[in-house]
Design a protein around this ligand. Structure first.
Ligand code: CAA
Length: 283
């Protein structure tokens, strides 16, 4: 089987980044969301990203045009009938994801692979609501998608070897490095990253140091590109909390207990960069 057409479900930050890198790798791409305005916002963000590449001399103007021509805005889920691969990047909520996968299972052709960009939810459970669990897999891209090299590929319990290999190939085609993991809560990336972020929040909560100091220590001392609190703001504090809850529920272990300060910020609507306020303030 050959993947030619990819449909990305969800035109938010992750979905539009995924659509962008797929279109840059010569795939025909549908960028799908529920409302026209969401899709337009995603398309505009891609267009801006590509324009910046042209300004920097990293992309020719006609290449940008060709990439944009390979991108097709969609609000009609029936477009899934044209897809060889669907990559779901909707909100991190099991009910929403399973609804989307049930719908895709009906609409997409039999040969199509259904992938989820979930950052911590079980692929095996998502696959179980479809009639093609062997063709369901996790493709966990990192934010910002155009910059980050990794795609964590999660094998569900029933994912076939052939599907895994094909997804590994597509990942390489889009210029990323695939790394294989099995299906356990938080996979590898967030099982390790989120407890570190949560611990940084505990350190702040307990008054060990100011946010700037915590971040500076991890940046200069460990060579991290961003300190953990800046990174939490960048990811979204609601997402961080949701992932910690998924880890705590999945493993039943107190070491994954979300810091009360994280809960408090999320309750206040302090969600990080996207809401203008988290551990830092943004304009
Ligand atoms: N979208 C696209 N490109 C971006 C970008 C964005 N949001 N932000 C920065 N870039 C590009 C810049 O244009 C620049 O490109 P060029 O080299 O072509 O000029 C390049 O990235 C470097 O940017 P800057 O010089 O402005 O800034 P920087 O060197 O500080 O890098 C960063 C920015 C890449 C975001 C870096 O700070 C970083 O790597 N941070 C950590 C990111 C990270 O850990 N991501 C994973 C989050 S966890 C996750 O995604 C999974 C999950 O499930 C929660």
């Amino acid at each position: 089987m050959n993947v030619k057409t990819i449909m990305v479900i969800g035109a938010g930050q992750m979905g539009s980044g995924i659509a962008q890198v797929c279109a840059m790798a010569n795939y025909k791409v549908y960028l799908h969301d529920l409302k026209e305005e969401f899709v337009q916002k995603g398309m505009e963000s891609i267009s801006r990203q590509l324009a910046r590449q042209v300004e920097k001399g990293k992309m020719a103007a006609d290449e940008r045009k060709a990439v944009l021509e390979r991108l097709h805005p969609s609000t009609d889920i029936q477009n899934a009938a044209d897809a060889d691969l669907v990559i779901e990047a909707v909100i991190e909520n099991m009910d929403v994801k399973t609804q989307v996968f049930k719908m895709l299972d009906e609409m997409a052709p039999e040969h199509a692979i259904l992938a989820s960009n979930t950052s911590s939810l079980p692929i095996t459970e998502i696959a179980a609501v479809t009639n093609r669990p062997e063709r369901v897999i996790g493709m966990h891209f990192m934010n910002p998608v155009p910059v980050m090299k990794l795609v964590e590929i999660i094998r569900g319990l029933q994912t076939s070897d052939g599907v895994y290999q094909l997804i590994e190939e597509v990942t390489k085609q889009v210029g990323k490095v695939p790394v294989e993991v099995n299906d356990f809560p938080g996979f590898i990336s967030n099982r390790i990253l989120m407890p570190m972020i949560n611990e940084a929040i505990f350190a702040l909560y307990e008054g060990v140091a100011e946010p700037e100091a915590i971040d500076e220590i991890m940046k200069l001392g460990m060579n991290h590109p961003m300190g953990p609190l800046t990174l939490a703001d960048f990811i979204g504090l609601d997402t961080c909390l949701y992932i910690m809850e998924t880890l705590q529920e999945g493993f039943g272990d107190d070491k994954y207990r979300p810091c009360p300060l994280l809960r408090k910020y999320v309750k206040a609507g302090w969600l990080g960069k996207k809401s203008g306020k988290g551990f830092y303030t943004y304009n």
